[in-house]
Design a protein around this ligand. Sequence first.
Ligand code: URA
Length: 435
Amino acid sequence: MLMAETIRFKRDGGSLAADAIRTLIRAYSAGEIPDYQMAALLMAVYFRGLDDAELAAWASAMLHSGEVVDLASVPGAKVDKHSTGGVGDKISIPLAPLVAACGVRVPMISGRGLGHTGGTLDKLESIPGFRTDLSVERFVRGVAEVGTCMIGQTEALVPADRRMYALRDVTGTVESIPLISASIMSKKLAEGISGLVLDVKVGSGAFMKTPERARELARTMVGIGNRNGVRTVAFLTDMSQPVGWAVGNALEIAESVEVLRGCGPADTTALVESLGGAMLVLGGVAATLADGEARIREAIRSGAGLDRFRAMVSFQGGDPRVADDPSLLPAAASRRDVPAPSAGWVTSVDCERVGIAALVIGGGRRRKEDSIAPAVGLRIRARIGARVDAGQPLATIEFNDPAHVEHAAALVAAAYGIGPEPPATGPLVLETIGL
Ligand code: URA
């Protein structure tokens, strides 16, 4: 089929043959299909979905668009974690070194910012010198020597996701259960892991706004993982407000260091403990989730996780002194508070708007070619359930270029709901699947 025919066929609700999917993903990875045609096909998939056979073929074609890492030479359990994307979601950064410090290796292939959400790679690259584009050989060495290594998709590893991820970011084709599942699971299955913990975000800052959609996404990914021999569990976690206090690349590295030092925000630390605890269970180091959580807490208390973070940063070419001196991270030139319009209780946060505010000041990309401003972002000053006075800052915008700051401030102001009564607050972990 010509690509234009394939697009029309999918647009009209057809089911693509496995062969056709393999061919088109191979051709796209090789640069033989232009972005405009792939964007049109992705939009057709967004509206029409993929059936089970199409999804299996799509995920497998993405996985086999590059190499699969062979970690057989590295002793011990290898377990990873991946989030479906959130605002202020820096969990992987303190989590991977903590889990490694507890004796389970973490080979991690991550992504960049996607839509209104931030990406682990962009955050890590705000550390001066830090490289995420390592060769497969160096990645394997990092996992063996440091216990964890965090890289991106490359021309050798899941190149199909490398290209498609960047395209989906700027073409309104992110929020699709089959496309998210194939993107995440192709990266994770390429890592040579035996266990995987998925953090499926639910709420205003997530791609899945309702528990029903999040559950469907979680079950789809857990199914793909288990069918491919990787024991996979999922946590559905609350994303109705930013994770922690920092939204923005360098700001989130500073907050990750705070978590490793034992003085991080309560929600961020609790998520690190729960997801890390589950990773230790899958890695055979902890007998129960509670045991795993206790081991993560001890790795924070003893400083073992922070030591592992320093070692990882060093191994990947970054300046490990950021673990002791956050002033070595890039800092924005100016600040602008967003005041509460009236007194009351913070009842809700439209977290997607907060993510877009960070994007418009340069923390994310409008077009594929855009570069990121690592220093910019937001400090959240009032969370759901906080009592605020009129004029009290809800958030502070940290920016370099004043051009878009008023737009960002309007987005943040519109994101906050303030009411006369304290709201009921829900749990951080809504449910687990497969644990
Ligand atoms: N994370 C990914 O790696 N891919 C997606 O599509 C969404 C979140």
